[in-house]
Unconditional design. Structure first.
Length: 461
C-alpha cells in the first residue's frame, strides 16, 4: 500500500489508531472461521464522520474496505479476501439511549449483545435475539448477519427488532433509514435490506433496536433420550400440543460425548444419546401450564430423565451444556466445519435422516446440535487434520447436505451468512436471475465494488 495513502488515513484517525505490524494484520485477518487474508492496514475510527472520510478515500483510490466488529463470524464475512483497509469498529461501543416509553434503544455497532441485554433488563425490558456468542458478538455484527439464536423459535431473529439505522455508503455519504416510530412505510425498506447484507452494502454506524417488556417468569428443563429420534419427536410433539417455548435446543450423542470427554461432563447420565433443553417464559401461571405440557411431550416420546431448574444457578448450569458444545468439539483436536443449515421445523426429523446418511455414505464423524424449535441445526463435520482423503469426503458431504436441505424446503444458512466460505454453494439455493438481481442491488450501493469484496457471490469469491 502506497505510503501516501496510509499517511492520509493516519491524518483522519491519528497514528495511535493505525495498525500495520504483522501480528495485528494476522489477528484482524481472521474471524471464528479461522481463515482469511491479512489486510494491508487496520484503521480504528471513533465516529461516523471519520468513517465517511475513510470510505470516500478508499472509493477514490479503489482500495478494498472491509468492516469488522467482534470477529465471531463463522463464514469469513468480516475478514479481507484481497487485502486493503480493515475498518475495526471497536471504538464505537456505546449504548446511546434506552427509551423506556417507546420501547427502544439506540446503540453503536460494537456494543456487545450481552451488555445491551443486561442494561435493558435493569429497567424491566428485554432484547430477545440470543446468539450463542452473546458474550462476545457485537450488535453490528448481529445486524450484518441477521443473527438468530435459541429464542428465535418464539421471538424471531434480529431483523424483527431493527427499527432504524445510520450508515455510511461506500462512496462516503451518510444515510439514515427507518424511524423510531413502529410504523413506517415511506419508500423502499432500506433498513431491512441492510440487515443480513453481511457488510457488503454499507457501514452501519448506529442502530435503533426494538425492545419488549421482560417476561415476568421463565422455567427451564433438560430432558435426555436414548436416541436422537426421541428428542426430535419431542419437538414435534410439543408443537402439536400448541406450546411455543422461548427456546428449544437439541444436542446429539457426538456432541455430548465431546462434552463428557473434554469438559468433564457430569450433567447427563453415561450413555445418553440425545438431550433437549426447553425454556418457556411468560406469566407465572402460563409458564407452569406450558412446562407441564412440555414434560408430557417429552415423556410421550421416551425421555429417560427430565430435570427442571429450581434456581437461576441451575438454569445457568443447564444452558452451559448447550453453550459449551462448540468449545468441547474444538477441544477434540479435530477440524470442525460448522454448517448452520435450516429446514421448516416439521422437517427436522428428515434432516437428521440426511445427517445419518452422510455419516454412512462419506464415513465421517458428524456432530449436530442447535435450535430445533425453528429448524436451524448446526451440522459439524469433524475432520482429522492433515487427512486429505477425509477432507475430500467432507467437501462432497457439504454439497450433499446443502442439496438435501434445499430439497427439504430449507436454506444453506440460517444465521451465519454466506461470506466467502459458502459462496460457491449459493447457486444450489438461488437462481441465476436472483443472483443477478442481488448483484445489481450491490452495484447501486457500491458502484466501484470496494466494500467487502469477494463475499456472498460465487463468481467473486
Amino acid at each position: 500500500m502506497h505510503p501516501d495513502f496510509v499517511n492520509r488515513l493516519t491524518a483522519i484517525v491519528g497514528a495511535e489508531f493505525i495498525r500495520a505490524d504483522a501480528v495485528s494484520l494476522d489477528t484482524y485477518g481472521v474471524d471464528a472461521l479461522g481463515k482469511g487474508h491479512a489486510p494491508d492496514v487496520v484503521v480504528i475510527p471513533k465516529n461516523t464522520e471519520q468513517i465517511a472520510t475513510i470510505a470516500r478515500l478508499c472509493n477514490e483510490q479503489r482500495v478494498p474496505l472491509v468492516v469488522r466488529g467482534a470477529g465471531t463470524g463463522f463464514t469469513g464475512g468480516a475478514v479481507p479476501t484481497r487485502g486493503g483497509v480493515l475498518l475495526s469498529m471497536e471504538r464505537l461501543n456505546r449504548i446511546l439511549e434506552i427509551d423506556e416509553l417507546n420501547l427502544l434503544a439506540v446503540v453503536e455497532p460494537n456494543v456487545i449483545k450481552a451488555d445491551l441485554q443486561r442494561e435493558v433488563e435493569k429497567v424491566g425490558l428485554f432484547y430477545p435475539p440470543d446468539p450463542a456468542s452473546l458474550n462476545q458478538s457485537s450488535i453490528g455484527g448481529n445486524v450484518a448477519e441477521c443473527a438468530g439464536g435459541p429464542r428465535a423459535f418464539k421471538y424471531g431473529v434480529t431483523k424483527r427488532y431493527i427499527l432504524a439505522l445510520e450508515a455510511v455508503l461506500p462512496t462516503g455519504e451518510i444515510i439514515n433509514t427507518g424511524a423510531k416510530a413502529v410504523k413506517n412505510v415511506v419508500g423502499y425498506d432500506l433498513t431491512q435490506l441492510m440487515v443480513g447484507s453481511e457488510g457488503t452494502l454499507a457501514i452501519i454506524t448506529k442502530i435503533t433496536v426494538r425492545l419488549v417488556p421482560k417476561p415476568p417468569a421463565n422455567q427451564t428443563l433438560l430432558a435426555t433420550f436414548d436416541g436422537i429420534r426421541g428428542a426430535v419427536d419431542a419437538v414435534s410433539e410439543l408443537i402439536r400440543r400448541r406450546v411455543v417455548p422461548a427456546a428449544v435446543e437439541l444436542i446429539d450423542s457426538d456432541s455430548l460425548e465431546a462434552i463428557e470427554t473434554n469438559l468433564g461432563g457430569g450433567m447427563v447420565a453415561p450413555g445418553t444419546r440425545a438431550a433437549l433443553i426447553v425454556e418457556v417464559d411468560g406469566t407465572p401461571s402460563g409458564v407452569e401450564e406450558d412446562l407441564d405440557r412440555v414434560v408430557e411431550a417429552c415423556r410421550a416420546t421416551g425421555a429417560n430423565d427430565i430435570s427442571r431448574a429450581r434456581s437461576e444457578a441451575e438454569r445457568d448450569t443447564i444452558w452451559s451444556l448447550r453453550r459449551q458444545t462448540s468449545v468441547a468439539l474444538k477441544k477434540t483436536g479435530l477440524t470442525k466445519i460448522n454448517h448452520d443449515v435450516v429446514v421448516p421445523r416439521g422437517r427436522v426429523p428428515e434432516l437428521f435422516d440426511v445427517i445419518g446418511e452422510m455419516k454412512r455414505t462419506y464415513n465421517l464423524r458428524i456432530a449436530a446440535f442447535g435450535h430445533a424449535g425453528d429448524g436451524n441445526i448446526h451440522v459439524n463435520l469433524l475432520i482429522t487434520p492433515g487427512d486429505a482423503d477425509e477432507a475430500a469426503r467432507a467437501k462432497q458431504a457439504e454439497r450433499f447436505l446443502f442439496t438435501q436441505v434445499v430439497a427439504l424446503e430449507g436454506s444453506i444458512s440460517g444465521e451465519h451468512g454466506i461470506g466467502f466460505a459458502k459462496a460457491p454453494y449459493l447457486p444450489i439455493e438461488l437462481s441465476p436471475e436472483e443472483i443477478a438481481l442481488m448483484k445489481r442491488v450491490k452495484a447501486a450501493f457500491d458502484p466501484n465494488g470496494i466494500l467487502n469484496p469477494g463475499k456472498i457471490f460465487p463468481s467473486d469469491s
